[in-house]
Write a protein that binds this ligand. Structure first.
Ligand SMILES: Cc1cc2nc3c(=O)[nH]c(=O)nc-3n(C[C@H](O)[C@H](O)[C@H](O)COP(=O)(O)O)c2cc1C
Ligand code: SF4
Ligand code: SF4
Length: 437
């Protein structure tokens, strides 16, 4: 059986699945049950500074986007950091860490962007025996208006400054949690590294309004007729998170910086993808909120079975394996040619591929042949765009088949060129023309 043991910035856990800082990690009662279910670690719900805790709204704090089967695809929330007193959280963290020494326990922290505030809280957290801290520079609502969360995460200079304070005032490993509400994720990651962070984690939630009530014209979730933007997460944000993780993993300036991957992890497969793109472990929030703590069982057995089937013995065998294959568009091979192929036995003749190709793409799929409904790809029109595969309701009914070198591409009338060639040297590229002149 594959070895799922994980070491992340020196913190050991029996598997790479941590619960992200959020309501499931808000109290000992939850965290104990999460550990019993098998989670390798938790990032405790974000702690604030000593004094009266923050106050949450007393009405709906979630909005959602669903698929046609009502499965939750995206979740939006307007919750703040923990609304329980700091001392209560600290006591519970200490007790949980003592009872579960083999699990990772990380304290997420958000205090004002002042040196004294960070200097004051770090020894209190260290006293709990926590394995590390995560700096919450990501929360996009409520706290950001108070100069914390993403208000810090959007200014690289602030990130660097706060990370430096933390490295100065604690011996615990520092994980800097980044906000995706920024144009270029490499800038905050570089700043965190410059400040001396041990790792980055991402993504926190994305600014969002999920819906508007068309009777009251209030954005939802609605509090007494008004709505505020919230933070978006769940399966819908996974592609954004994967890209940001990959950007950091392949940036020469942050290459090798440990990354904790977060955003839409729902299955073992999602986790494996984050690991392949350079994450050292993953954190999960929405999936645990939707399906409960036991979902980790499927993640553990799924990842382990897949690794066994593929001959991967440890997580190191897969971590970062996809990073060298992430390329800028200009380096993609323009001589690669693929065509769609429809499995006539699997086709239910719904016609969606035809409509999509006809109205969007290249009019390359038949609808009627000899007076009967028949859906077939015309290779002399197909540009291989893959749209039909994505709209077909039957899994694996349409597949993309690469043409071998030398085979005639009926669309261009040219045999497939075996050589790799990209846009940088293409004759249509004005830059390459200039270079040649
Ligand atoms: C209700 C809710 C509360 C959250 N609270 C926090 C928080 O206190 N601190 C934090 O760093 N992230 C918080 N997050 C963000 C999550 O930790 C995580 O970064 C985000 O949800 C993306 O992961 P997911 O797609 O698995 O949910 C919260 C998310 C949700 C849904
Ligand atoms: S791959 Fe694109 S062009 Fe080819 S049949 Fe499908 S939708 Fe049409
Ligand atoms: S979308 Fe799929 S199932 Fe529907 S007609 Fe096309 S190939 Fe057949």
């Amino acid at each position: 059986m594959a070895d799922l043991r994980n070491t992340f910035v020196g913190i050991k856990s029996p598997n790479p699945f941590w619960l992200a800082s959020a309501p499931p990690t808000d109290k000992a009662y939850n965290v104990e049950r999460a550990f019993k279910a098998g989670w390798g670690g938790v990032v405790w719900k974000t702690l604030g500074e000593e004094g009266p805790p923050v106050v949450n709204v007393n009405g709906p704090r979630y909005g959602a986007i669903w698929g046609a089967d009502r499965r939750l695809l995206g979740l939006n929330n307007i919750e703040l950091i923990t609304d329980r007193p700091l001392q209560v959280n600290l006591q519970e963290m200490k007790q949980v860490k003592m009872s579960w020494p083999d699990r990772a326990l990380i304290a997420s922290i958000m205090v004002p962007c002042q040196e004294d505030a960070w200097k004051a809280i770090l020894p209190l957290v260290e006293e709990t025996g926590a394995d590390g801290i995560e700096l919450n520079f990501g929360c996009p609502h409520g706290m950001s208006e108070r100069g914390m969360g993403s208000a810090v995460g959007q200014v690289p200079e602030y990130i660097e400054m706060v990370v430096r304070w933390c490295k100065q005032y604690t011996r615990m490993p520092v994980i800097t949690k980044l906000t995706p509400n920024i144009t270029d994720i490499r800038k905050p990651a570089r700043a965190a590294k410059a400040g001396g962070t041990d790792a980055v984690s991402l993504i926190n939630t994305i600014n969002s309004i999920t819906s508007v009530n068309l009777d009251t014209f209030s954005p939802e979730p609605s509090i007494d007729g008004k709505g505020s933007h919230g933070g978006y997460c769940g399966p819908a944000v996974k592609p954004i998170a994967l890209n940001m993780v990959a950007e950091i993993a392949r940036d020469p300036e942050t290459y090798g910086l440990p990354i904790s991957g977060i955003g839409g992890v729902t299955t073992w497969r999602d986790a494996a993808e984050f690991l392949a793109l350079g994450a050292g472990n993953v954190q999960v929030c929405t999936a645990a909120m939707t399906y409960g703590f036991k979902i980790v069982e499927e993640m553990i057995t799924g990842l382990s079975d897949w690794m066994d089937a593929k001959g991967h013995k440890t997580l190191d065998d897969i971590t970062g394996r996809a990073v060298p294959n992430v390329s800028d568009w200009q380096y993609l091979n323009l001589n690669y040619v693929a065509k769609a192929r429809i499995d006539q036995d699997a086709c239910i003749k719904c016609g969606r591929c035809h409509i999509a190709c006809e109205d969007t793409s290249h009019q390359a799929i038949t609808a009627m042949v000899n007076g009967v409904r028949h859906f077939e790809v015309m290779e002399d029109e197909c540009v291989g765009c893959n749209l039909c595969v994505n709209v077909c309701p039957v899994d694996n009914c349409i597949t993309m088949v690469p043409l071998a070198a030398g085979v005639l591409d009926q669309r261009t009338g040219q045999p497939v060129d075996p050589n790799y060639a990209n846009w940088t040297t293409h004759p249509n590229n004005p830059m390459s023309r200039q270079a040649a002149e």
